[in-house]
Design a protein around this ligand. Structure first.
Ligand code: ADP
Ligand code: 5GP
Length: 208
């Protein structure tokens, strides 16, 4: 098993993936975020290269043809994809956890290619609360919010594909649950076996 934990976060839009991802990035320095490509237009608070690589449809299609994506999908009327170079970057930077904020179609494709990836599905506490969060975020037009809300149950129906479920009701509880899952997965014996082997061979872990 690779030393890099591939952590997929998935949920209906508005359930709190981005909020929980931000928390994990601040809590653990060994975590990095997989910056996806998308044909969606940037929101007011979004920075190119930080939240997404914002590209037009032609560039996205060319990247698909060139095999640049580990996964890609149509989501809510736009195209989104994870470039293989994001996984290479995380390894190059010596990160231990790579977080993917992707939909269930992307999760399926990543798991097919990289079965050791760990999937976490975030559930909203209720459907009215999900709608309230979509509206209170204040980033999307009413018709966009409606489209995302209408797709939410279809997305939640895919929960069975994931390894962990977190109900994002009280935010700090959800944050602690995500931290717990991440740390537990980081400490799986198969992932840390090379550490024990290094200790046996060299008597120290200092070069890690
Ligand atoms: P997603 O990335 O899944 O689309 P966001 O992280 O953008 O969702 O969250 C949607 C909105 O809900 C944001 O305004 C966020 O501040 C709010 N939010 C997230 N988690 C909670 C929570 N546990 N309680 C209340 N509001 C929350
Ligand atoms: P948003 O437009 O709110 O940023 O994201 C909409 C949906 O697209 C979310 O469910 C998000 O997880 C998903 N998404 C973001 N990036 C990717 C990606 O690279 N691949 C896939 N398959 N979905 C993505």
């Amino acid at each position: 098993m690779d030393d890099l934990l591939l952590l997929i976060l998935c949920s209906p839009s508005g359930a709190g993936k981005s909020t929980l991802t931000r928390f994990l990035l601040e809590a653990l320095p060994e975590v990095t975020f997989s910056v996806s490509h998308t044909t969606r237009k940037p929101r007011a608070n979004e920075v190119d290269g930080v939240h997404y690589h914002f590209v037009d449809k032609d560039i996205f299609a060319r990247m698909v043809d060139a095999g640049a994506f580990a996964e890609w999908a149509h989501v809510h009327g736009n195209m989104y994809g994870t470039s293989t170079s994001e996984i290479d970057r995380a390894k190059r930077e010596g990160k231990r956890v790579l977080v993917f904020d992707i939909d269930y179609q992307g999760a399926r494709q990543i798991k097919a290619k990289l079965p050791e990836a760990v999937g976490v599905f975030i559930l909203p506490p209720s459907m009215p609360e999900l709608r309230r969060r979509l509206e209170s975020r204040g980033t999307d037009a009413p018709e966009v919010i409606e489209r995302r809300y209408q797709k939410a149950l279809v997305e939640i129906e895919h929960y069975g594909f994931f390894d962990y479920l977190i109900v994002n009701d009280d935010l700090s509880r959800a944050q602690q649950a995500l931290l717990g899952v991440t740390l537990a997965e980081r400490h799986r014996r198969v992932r840390l076996a090379p550490v024990a082997e290094q200790l046996l061979r060299h008597g120290t872990l200092e070069s890690r």
